[in-house]
Every structure is written in C-alpha cells, then in structure tokens.
Design a protein around this ligand. Structure first.
Ligand code: IMP
Ligand code: MG
Length: 174
C-alpha cells in the first residue's frame, strides 16, 4: 500500500507560530528563568525550535514516557521510561509536548510532575485535538487546534517514521 503525505500545516506556518509562542513565553516570564521539560521523542523538535525563540534564560530537561497498549491510541496507563535528570523544586516549569489527544498522557504526567513541587508549572503543546479529549487537561500554550486526523511530522511519528518532516501532514494510503 503506497503512502502519501498531505500537508496540513506548512513549514512556514509552523515556524511562524512557534516564534509567536516564544515571544509570548518571553513576555509572560520576563525577569525569570524557564525550565523546559521535553516529553520525548515527539516534543523534541518543537522544544528545540521554541527554546531558540525564548529570550529569557532557559534550562532544559528531558523525559520519556510510553503508554502500554496500542501504538496509535493511548491506553491511559503511562510508564516513565526515562526520568528527568534534575529536580523541579521551585523551578518555573513548562512541559513541552507535541500533541494533546485524549489528554490521558498529559493528565497523568502533570499530576506526577506537580508532586515534585515546581514553583509553577504550565503546559505547552504544538498541536491540540480538542474533539478527542477524554480527560480534562489545562493547556496554557497551544500552537494549533487541529481536526481529528492522525498527523505526522515535526516530531510526530507513524510507526517511528516521519518525525523529521519540517511540516505537519496527514498520512494517506492509496
Ligand atoms: P494522549 O491521547 O493525549 O494521551 O496522547 C498520547 C500520545 O499519542 C501523544 O503524545 C502522541 O505521541 C500520540 N499521538 C496522538 N495523536 C497523534 C497523532 O495524530 N499523530 C502521532 N502521534 C499521536
Ligand atoms: Mg508525545
């Protein structure tokens, strides 16, 4: 079966929006340092581009979680595969994700990280599929709200491929 990618958001649109979010975060955190927590692997491309657009001091950390069960549907049971290197205590944390879909992963993660007593904690996601929400999650910065379609690119994968696309696309099968 041949696969094609239909472009949903161009490289220019994504880059322009990330620049806007970076400027917004720089204003919101004026005079402070932000600690960006990247959820691997999907959040990595977004976090790198976002960090480049933030003008207040930035520190970074990474964690990796996996959901048990199917690969395109989140089961809601989340396992920490790689934990953060540093404590969050008293830091102004922004969790950076590629996409909020059902909300299960983020709701679990925000609860877990909140127990580490950050000074503050917000959530920033490149994409949000509000129609798919099962668990309520407060998103503070959203790149784009998108319809209920399975997307790839800019860190998002289909069977581990397409993360490197510099735009957001939908996989179509002939
Ligand atoms: P959740 O359903 O909000 O818990 O999302 C869990 C994870 O599913 C996300 O962090 C992504 O890794 C993955 N995911 C959800 N929707 C998509 C999509 O459209 N494309 C690629 N991965 C997705
Ligand atoms: Mg993810």
């Amino acid at each position: 079966m041949a696969e094609r990618i239909r472009v949903m958001l161009t490289e220019e649109e994504v880059d322009a929006r990330i620049k806007e979010i970076g400027e917004q975060i720089s204003r919101d955190y004026a005079g402070r340092q932000v600690h960006l927590v990247c959820v691997l692997k999907g959040g990595s491309f977004f976090m790198c581009e976002l960090a480049k657009r933030i003008t207040v001091p930035v520190s970074l950390d990474f964690m990796s979680v996996s959901s048990y069960g199917g690969d395109t549907k989140s089961s809601g049971v989340v396992k920490i595969v790689k934990d953060l290197d540093e404590p969050l205590k008293d830091k102004d944390v922004i969790v950076v994700e590629d996409i909020v879909d059902s909300g299960r992963t983020l709701s679990y993660l925000m609860e877990l990280l909140g127990q580490r007593e950050p000074g503050s904690m917000r959530l920033c996601t490149l994409l949000d599929k509000p129609d798919r929400r099962v668990v309520d999650v407060k998103v503070d910065y959203t790149g784009f709200e998108i319809p209920d379609e399975f997307v790839v690119g800019y860190g998002l994968d289909y069977d581990q491929r397409y993360r490197n696309l510099p735009y957001i696309g939908v996989v179509e099968f002939d």
